[in-house]
Design a protein around this ligand. Structure first.
Ligand SMILES: *Cc1c(COP(=O)(O)O)cnc(C)c1O
Length: 403
């Protein structure tokens, strides 16, 4: 995105600021859709938790997307954004039976990820179709913190428990209408994905009344130059062929479902923060910005790389900086990173700030969460106001204890 435009937005809306390029979301969505143009029925269930601003959800809705939600609150957001309950699936992890029942009452499709709740749910609601989330026990994803399909992962019903699922289905008279897996974020290797897919196909064969198979999300995008990313076109081609074969073998035209989050929104996002101070300390030069892990926690929590551009001085000579936040804890965005000369007041732009960025922001240190802006065809739309002291005090109750 154009640096001048981004700087002008920090003048208009102040920093720190999240800016999303709607056109990038549109093009990623179309790429995904095109990659699977050889299957009869493709459903894209955007993973809401990646970026859940209601205007972004509306944009995805107008593209024809469905959504996947992981909480009842995300479901309410989706309904508010105008999605039909039939376009919403609920894939929670370890939530209460009551929460699943509330989702069903809203007309949403559900995924269940453990035998205990499956049995309780099936006994009470044998008429409601259920999709089961399988743990295929494969190691996928960029690292253990974001891989959710490995042996010790809490997610899903173990692939070794299929006999028990079938027994529950028979006993309760419920209907299993889909099988699901989501093995983690940052999947790169098409072969690893296919390996998981084969496990799911094998399980799918055990159930006679499926309408769809859901392969989750986890597609990787480039976080820096030359960073490898999922080749969605190649993946789509191979996967579609295999899926069509399976469908034929199964004897029914099944839908293929995916739940991309990061793939659709990561690259659309730019996080803009102002430099408060440039401070030399022994060997290290610190650039202290007017933000911290309260606004973008991925570098600290996952060790994620976010490319940083000094958009106020992009053409200047590069020096080594450690970019840190203002939070009173370990709050390092980047260590000894080459960035063009940073001066007090410059605006730094963090790339790939669309997914798991704002949605993971907090009010730690009683700071305000930033504003969000969406750009479309050169026009900027404020889609969330910056918080104020009122938001910090909202819901707090003042109690005076007389001592
Ligand atoms: C988070 C999540 C996704 C999306 O993962 P990405 O890595 O963002 O594509 C998909 N499905 C489920 C069930 C999830 O929890």
């Amino acid at each position: 995105m154009d640096n001048k435009l981004l700087i002008s937005l920090t003048e208009k809306y102040k920093a720190p600021l999240y800016v999303y390029d709607a056109e990038k979301i549109v093009s990623q969505y179309k790429r995904f859709e095109n990659a699977f143009n050889q299957v009869k029925s493709l459903k894209i269930n955007y993973a809401t938790k990646a970026l859940s601003n209601i205007s972004i959800l509306k944009l995805l809705k107008s593209l024809g997307s469905n959504i996947d939600c992981v909480s009842i609150q995300e479901i309410h957001l989706g309904l508010k954004a105008g999605f039909n309950p039939k376009q919403i699936s609920f894939t929670p992890s370890g939530v209460s039976l009551e929460e699943i029942e509330s989702a069903v009452a809203l007309g949403v499709k559900i995924n269940i990820d453990n035998l205990e709740i499956l049995k309780q749910f099936g006994t009470k609601h044998p008429k409601v179709p259920v999709c089961i989330r399988i743990n295929p026990h494969i190691m996928a994803g960029g690292n253990k913190k974001i891989s959710v399909g490995h042996t010790k992962s809490k997610f899903g019903i173990s692939k070794y428990f299929i006999a028990q699922v079938k027994e529950i289905e028979k006993e309760t008279g419920m209907l299993i209408n889909g099988v699901h897996m989501h093995t983690g974020s940052g999947i790169l290797d098409v072969n690893v994905f296919l390996q998981g897919a084969e496990i799911l196909f094998k399980i799918a064969k055990e159930f006679e009344n499926l309408d769809f198979i859901d392969f989750g999300g986890g597609f990787k995008v480039a976080y820096k130059e030359n960073d490898p990313a999922t080749n969605i076109e190649e993946f789509g081609k191979i996967m579609s062929k295999r899926f069509n074969e399976f469908s034929k073998d199964y004897g029914k035209e099944l839908s293929i479902v995916f739940e991309p989050g990061k793939f659709l929104v990561s690259e659309s996002g730019n996080f803009l923060a102002k430099v408060n101070v440039v401070k030399k300390s022994n060997e290290t030069v610190f650039a202290g910005i007017d933000s911290g892990f309260n606004h973008l926690i991925r570098p600290m929590y996952y060790g994620s790389y976010h490319h940083i551009v000094n958009i106020s001085n992009a053409l200047a000579k590069e020096n080594k900086y450690t970019v840190v936040g203002y939070i009173c804890e370990n709050d390092t965005f980047a260590e000894d990173r080459m960035i063009s000369t940073i001066r007090q007041g410059d605006i730094l732009c963090f790339k790939n700030a669309g997914a798991y960025a704002f949605t993971m922001a907090s009010n730690y240190n009683s700071r305000f969460r930033p504003a969000e802006v969406m750009l479309y065809q050169g026009k900027d739309y404020l889609i969330r106001e910056r918080e104020t002291m009122e938001d910090i005090l909202n819901k707090q109750i003042e109690v005076n204890i007389d001592l």
